[in-house]
Design a protein around this ligand. Sequence first.
Ligand SMILES: C[S@@+](CC[C@H](N)C(=O)[O-])C[C@H]1O[C@@H](n2cnc3c(N)ncnc32)[C@H](O)[C@@H]1O
Length: 302
Amino acid sequence: MSHIPVLLQPVLDFLTPAQRVIDGTLGAGGHTRALLDAGVAEVLSLDVDPMALEIARVNLSSYADRAHIVHASYGDMVAQAHQLGWKKVDGILLDIGVSSMQLDHPERGFAFMQDGPLDMRFNPIGGGISAADLVNEADEAELADMFYKYGEEPQGRKLARGIVSSRPYETTRQLATMIERITPRRKGDKIHPATRVFQALRIAVNDELTGLERVLPEAIHLLRPGGRLAVISFHSLEDRIVKQTFKLASTDCICPPNVPICVCGHTASVRLLTRKPLIADEVEIAQNPRSRSAKLRVVEKL
Ligand SMILES: C[S@@+](CC[C@H](N)C(=O)[O-])C[C@H]1O[C@@H](n2cnc3c(N)ncnc32)[C@H](O)[C@@H]1O
């Protein structure tokens, strides 16, 4: 299945009209294409996944020089913008996480319902550790912490113990079957027992939360006054980082409440355009169930 861009209309409403926009997570190019169709003059579109770039290049071939497609991390967006001679931009979009194409290709190792190598790297040609490396080499306590911290998995310790006892694992099904054995699905469970462990491994393999924490201040810095940063996240760990970063960036004084006169000198660099995150409506969720957990937060540079 090709990837359906989530929360498309609100993204367009917030980010257009504009001349120069960065799409930090190109994927299949759905958001980039819609931004160009909505009149954005040029979009710099980044992705670390060569497969995504290949698909997006085909999807965006008719836009030629208006779509600058680059194999790079959103963590390098400042350098990439400077390469185009862009000192400031009008808008930035980050649509964090895994795409439908990545989930639908078992050889990428993201999906526990299909069999494939336990990989999960967004950039499989960039070196780095795979999910198999982590599962087979991390010690039990490290795995338990990872499952708890990145998967919010309440049974993390039990799962880590059981997983370690039957190593090694090479494929997604081997690991998912073991997880099902350790924590069988109970009646009423909304998600598959492997969901949280797979999420935790993916976040750890790609160091996703650190990447997000680092890029948000850089992205804010890159905006011109009045420019906007829109971030779509898919689980509470990411959304918490976005929410807290935006809160801090939109606050003047951040002195503790008992300090009578401001000594921090902190000033707001943005204003919040979404006090509460925007979520998909029922129509969108019916058309694209993946949008159910999407949350959009937007700030505007002061
Ligand atoms: C949810 S998809 C984006 C879908 C896209 N908005 C569309 O409409 O098709 C997220 C994309 O972000 C990419 N990605 C993950 N980490 C990245 C990073 N650090 N830098 C750039 N892209 C990244 C993934 O490879 C994936 O293609």
